[in-house]
Ligand binder design. Structure first.
Ligand code: PFF
Length: 477
């Protein structure tokens, strides 16, 4: 492979992977899940899962990308051929790319909400507004298909523009400018929150570990979140790993990504809860924590309009660096498989993804009721899409762990990891046994949510999965 397709610097993969990892998952989902699940206990389980399941799979996914030096779909084809293992393992590439495609379609719509809020904050239109008015304004946003589509279009177009410019001029240059800027903004927001908010209450909420507070559902959500936040199982890390310098250490890089991602989620958590508690508001507000509760806090704090605007810029930027990692797996595949130019591949990917995003945008208004998904599955179309990714993500992670742990040759893995035999054995044990068990657990979390007509489909999927897994292990072509 030519050096054109390797990151310019040894450390760029780390920057890109952190850009992918840090996003709505850290700033929006982590705080609200922590709030809903009682604080410290949730964080403890989340951190444990990152350490024993997240990091090993992160190493495995990067390793697969770097060993193949291709997009996830073509890379898995190449690795199964060169290792003489069953074709079914290729599903890792296909599932990853499909999950990335679906996630980007709704991620872009939600990131679009932040665009709207940055505008509302900077224009000062929320200053002094009361809770009822702010929550009504969120409802009004969701009720407007035109606004949702407008913001979604802007967000996904900018993501596409960056990726379309290439991995060096677009992704690398963009990240080198955006990542430090985002970190700086987060620091500013944190300092502001500590000054005007209730830091003591925030810290004791986040760091009082009381495991009894945590329901089984909370345990499982913490595990699911550790996957989402590290961008695992969706081909994004694999696609970036394909461009990683052979000299960079897999283990050290993966640990750094996980550490930075966790520290940023915690910083965001402290800032958000200090502001929320400082304004006498509640932590357990669910998904509305960022778009309703936080704006209420900003509305009444000194300088809140400006700082609120800055905060939503941070959300947009962090979501953008994640979104570009979701464009890459499919776009790179279109380039490799069909020989498209990069701009053409990205334009095609982004246009299709934009169209699928309309399904999410309409799910909050014109399709909120009465579509076939409600009739058949009792869920909105958006919920069905999210549900599909909730299945694809852990299954993808599970297969990645098994593939790296069992199917790849020991020599190749040892060469890629270039680490002490002791560390290698720890990692191998984790990806062979611990991570798959953990992931199976996360997967089961979706089972109680399965209603009516979905059950046969999921059971069929499980049976096909078990059957193919059996063949995969037994047949070496
Ligand atoms: N890790 C991102 C976040 O925390 O917001 C979301 C994400 C990005 C998930 C890229 C998956 C992915 F491939």
């Amino acid at each position: 492979m030519s050096s054109r397709n390797i990151w310019t610097h040894k450390g760029t993969f780390l920057l890109a992977a952190v850009g992918s990892a840090v996003g709505l998952g850290n700033l929006w989902r982590f705080p609200y899940l922590t709030g809903e699940n009682g604080g410290g206990a949730f964080i403890l389980v989340y951190a444990m899962t990152i350490a024993i399941v997240g990091i090993p799979i992160l190493i495995a996914e990067t390793l697969i990308g770097r060993a193949s030096r291709k997009s996830p779909i073509m890379g898995m084809k190449y690795l199964t051929e060169t290792h003489g293992v069953h074709k079914a393992w290729r599903s890792i590439g296909w599932m990853g790319a499909s999950a990335a495609f679906i996630i980007l379609s709704f991620y872009s719509v939600i990131a679009g909400w932040a665009l709207h809020y940055a505008g509302l904050m900077f224009s000062g239109s929320l200053v002094g507004a009361d809770a009822t008015a702010i929550s009504a304004s969120f409802d009004a946003l969701l009720a407007s298909p035109a606004l949702l589509v407008l913001y979604h279009t802007i967000f996904i177009a900018v993501s596409g523009l960056i990726v379309g410019m290439g991995i060096h001029k677009g992704i690398e240059s963009g990240l080198r400018f955006m990542m430090p800027a985002l970190f700086l903004i987060l620091l500013v927001v944190l300092v502001y929150a500590l000054m005007v908010g209730d830091a003591g209450a925030a810290l004791s909420f986040l760091f009082t570990f009381n495991l009894q507070d945590l329901s089984l559902e909370g345990w499982l959500q913490a595990m699911g979140q550790s996957f989402f936040t590290l961008s695992l199982g969706m081909g994004a890390i694999m696609a970036y790993g394909a461009y990683m310098s052979s000299e960079a250490s897999l283990t050290r890089t993966a640990i750094s990504i996980a550490l930075v991602d966790t520290v940023i989620a915690l910083m965001a958590g402290v800032a958000i809860f200090a502001l929320v508690f400082g304004s006498g508001l509640e932590a357990g507000q669910g998904p509305g924590l960022m778009f309703v509760t936080l704006p209420i806090a900003f509305a009444e704090l000194p300088g809140g309009a400006f700082l609120g605007g800055v905060f939503f810029l941070l959300v947009i930027g962090a979501a953008l660096t994640s979104a570009i990692s979701l464009v890459e797996p499919v776009a790179a595949w279109l380039v490799e498989r069909f020989g498209f130019s990069r701009p053409k591949a990205v334009a095609l990917m982004v246009t299709c993804c934009w169209a699928l995003g309309l399904v999410t945008a309409f799910s909050f208004n014109i399709w909120a009721e009465g579509t076939f998904t409600q009739r058949w599955f009792n869920r909105s179309p958006f919920d069905v899409l999210e549900f599909i990714t909730n299945i694809l993500m852990p299954v993808g992670g599970l297969l990645i762990a098994l593939f790296a742990g069992w199917a790849l040759s020991r020599d190749e893995v040892l060469r890629e990891m270039a680490t002490h035999a002791g560390w290698f054995r720890v990692w191998q044990f984790l990806v062979r046994f611990v991570a798959p068990t953990g992931v199976a657990f996360v997967f089961l979390r979706t089972i109680p949510q399965i209603e009516g007509n979905l059950l046969p489909a999921v059971l069929a999927l499980l049976m096909i999965g078990a059957f193919s897994a059996g063949r995969v292990f037994l047949v070496r072509s």
